[in-house]
Design a protein around this ligand. Structure first.
Ligand code: DU
Ligand code: SF4
Length: 226
């Protein structure tokens, strides 16, 4: 299977009843500010270079962000932070990601969510995490030939990346390495980098600053020779 084929297949997945209900309910009811828009309301595939050297792994689509626009991290505050930083470190062609078809290109970089459907309160259950894991695992298998760095946004992305990399055939030490901002783990040809998630919870409180985000993404670009 190819990456476009995988993207097409994941976009019609209905394996998690609670998340299917939620993503579709949000898409019907909408937020007042977006009342005139058609929401995507489906699983959100990865975005970026199919031969990526850098993979950025988030948690899940935001109800009125990617669940609205259909592009991962696009249309919410976390995405504003992420794409602006990717642009500052030279991995994105522009500083903003507004909608699919805005012309944004990522340089040797791909962005994915560990869980592909928007969950209530941004919290997937353990069962939903495990049900969705095969999708990210398939994507990792397709990317592994070129992949050099995986940037994990938050502990959820970190755990999901380690589990899926292991299932995709990458050796992971025991005990599993622990998440932290700036954590760096070498797994054969790959380096795993930990970064606080650019959610408002972290950015409003100053737990994650723009220089902190730029440092990790810049490190990823350097490790990938970009
Ligand atoms: O052939 P397959 O890759 O095992 O996928 C068949 C079918 O399974 C797909 O159309 C959706 C469903 N599925 C799923 O619900 N969750 C997964 O993680 C992977 C596949
Ligand atoms: Fe399918 Fe993943 Fe969405 Fe569950 S979260 S319905 S497994 S795409």
């Amino acid at each position: 299977a190819s990456l476009p084929e995988l993207d097409a297949r994941v976009s019609v997945c209905r394996a998690c009843p609670r998340l299917v209900d939620w993503r579709e309910q949000v898409a019907r009811e909408k937020r007042a500010a977006y009342a005139g828009e058609d929401y995507w309301g489906r699983p959100v595939p990865g975005f970026g270079d199919p031969h990526a050297r850098v993979l950025v792994m988030g948690l899940a689509p935001a109800a009125h962000g990617a669940n609205r626009t259909g592009r991962v991290f696009t249309g919410d505050r976390s995405g504003d932070w992420l794409f602006a930083s990717l642009h500052r470190v030279g991995l994105a062609s522009r500083p903003t990601s507004t909608h699919a078809g805005d012309g944004l290109e990522l340089r040797s970089t791909r962005v994915v969510a560990a869980v592909r459907c928007a969950p209530p309160d941004n919290k997937p259950t353990t069962e939903e995490r495990d049900t969705c894991a095969p999708w990210v695992e398939r994507e990792l298998r397709l990317l592994l030939p070129t992949l050099r760095v995986v940037v994990c946004l938050g502990g959820f992305g970190w755990d999901a990346a380690l589990r899926s990399l292991e299932r995709a055939g990458v050796a992971v030490p025991r005990p599993r390495p622990r998440f932290g901002h700036g954590a760096e783990v070498v797994l054969g040809e790959l380096t795993l980098l930990g970064c606080y998630h650019p959610s408002q919870q972290n950015t409003f409180t100053g737990r994650l600053t723009e220089p902190m985000l730029d440092a990790v993404l810049g490190r990823a670009a350097g490790l990938a020779d970009l």
